[in-house]
Design a protein around this ligand. Structure first.
Ligand code: TRP
Ligand code: SF4
Length: 335
């Protein structure tokens, strides 16, 4: 249905991340590498979702400012290009909140209460009061983030699919209520790579402290790789290993060339290559992979970040304020 509204080059994308901690390899293979590629085929809006971070961090937001700036640095370091994409901070574009207000008016409570991510977070995140008005409305603001740029597509991980479905429902309701096809129903663009697990083979997450950060220096990378969980059945080098249950090997699969992946797999299965040797190779591969990123990261100064964000906010606001104007006209608010 959205096809035909825009040609391929004009197709618009929005995505965002919450600045709740350091970006890690999971973000890189699960999202950022894809974001970088999409810059060549789409008009891209990439956002630091600081309001969304505040929803869970409001009791203790002291790291927020630092995290926001570090995230922008990481964005640039991995290859998001402010010449090609609009890179901005959500709260610098206050129009998101205006549209969220309108979306909040038309979104039935039941849609939000049954959202699986909301139920899961209430259950899983202990020690924080998350049964708040703001947190329940998380997907409403996310819908506004997307719709305000009339995005056709949103590159996200599978965990975000419920939010995207709600976005589609909200804009469908808006378009139907006010009898105008103002907002496209955004499609998800899913990354093919499977989720990278943490060094302990659990979900990679800030709260488990089991991630390798994009900004980790080589010695930290090596230390973390040496801690990685391997095939528990393998005790001696000559034991035949099972790379498909080994965390180390899953990292080879994500970061090494296919020749190397194969070589290590066969070496492990035949009991030729030992885990220490294998980890040494992985640490080297990851260090080399992250080196150009770390070089670029160092080249990004504070004033560059400021400049990129000022320009990003200006460009984003140009589009967003236009949309808010259209919305206000439709719902008969004076402008
Ligand atoms: N909820 C997303 C996450 O936790 C972040 C986000 C906020 C987002 N607004 C968005 C993602 C709009 C895509 C589109 O990762
Ligand atoms: Fe894992 Fe490598 Fe050890 Fe095999 S050799 S179990 S792939 S660390």
């Amino acid at each position: 249905m959205n096809e035909g509204r825009r040609t391929k080059d004009e197709r618009r994308i929005l995505s965002g991340m919450r600045p709740t901690g350091k970006l890690h390899l999971g973000h890189l293979v699960g999202a950022l590498n894809n974001w970088v590629k999409l810059q060549d085929t789409h008009q891209c809006f990439y956002m630091v979702a600081d309001w969304h971070a505040l929803m869970s961090e409001y009791e203790d937001p002291k790291e927020l400012r630092e995290n926001i700036h570090e995230m922008v640095r990481d964005f640039i370091a991995v290859g998001l290009d402010p010449e090609k994409s609009v890179i901005f901070i959500q709260s610098h574009v206050p129009e998101h909140l205006e549209l969220a207000m309108v979306f909040g008016d038309i979104t039935p409570l039941a849609w939000l209460e049954r959202c699986p991510t909301y139920k899961e977070q209430l259950r899983e995140i202990k020690g924080r009061e998350l049964a708040t008005f703001g947190f329940l409305g998380y997907p409403v603001l996310q819908a506004a983030d997307i719709a305000i740029y009339k995005a056709d597509a949103v590159p996200v991980g599978v965990d975000q699919l419920p939010h995207l479905e709600l976005t589609r429902e909200i804009v469908r309701r808006f378009n139907a209520l006010y009898k105008k096809n103002l907002f496209p129903e955004p499609e998800p663009i899913l990354t093919k790579t499977s989720k990278l697990l943490g060094i302990d083979n659990r979900k990679m997450s800030k709260s488990y402290g089991n991630y390798i950060a994009i900004s980790d220096p080589p010695n930290t990378i090596a230390k973390k790789v040496y801690k990685m969980v391997t095939d528990p059945k393998r005790i001696h080098v000559t034991d035949k290993g099972h790379p498909n249950v080994c965390t180390v090997h899953s990292y080879f699969a994500a970061f090494a060339e296919s020749k190397v992946i194969e070589e290590v797999r066969v070496g492990c299965e035949k009991g030729i290559i030992g885990c220490t040797e294998c980890k040494k190779r992985l640490a080297k591969i990851l260090t080399e992979y992250l080196e150009p990123i770390s070089m670029r990261r160092k080249a990004v100064s504070d004033s560059m970040v400021e400049q990129i964000l000022a320009r990003g906010a200006r460009k984003a606001r140009d589009v967003a304020s236009e949309t808010v104007l259209e919305v206000k006209q439709l719902i008969n608010l004076t402008v």
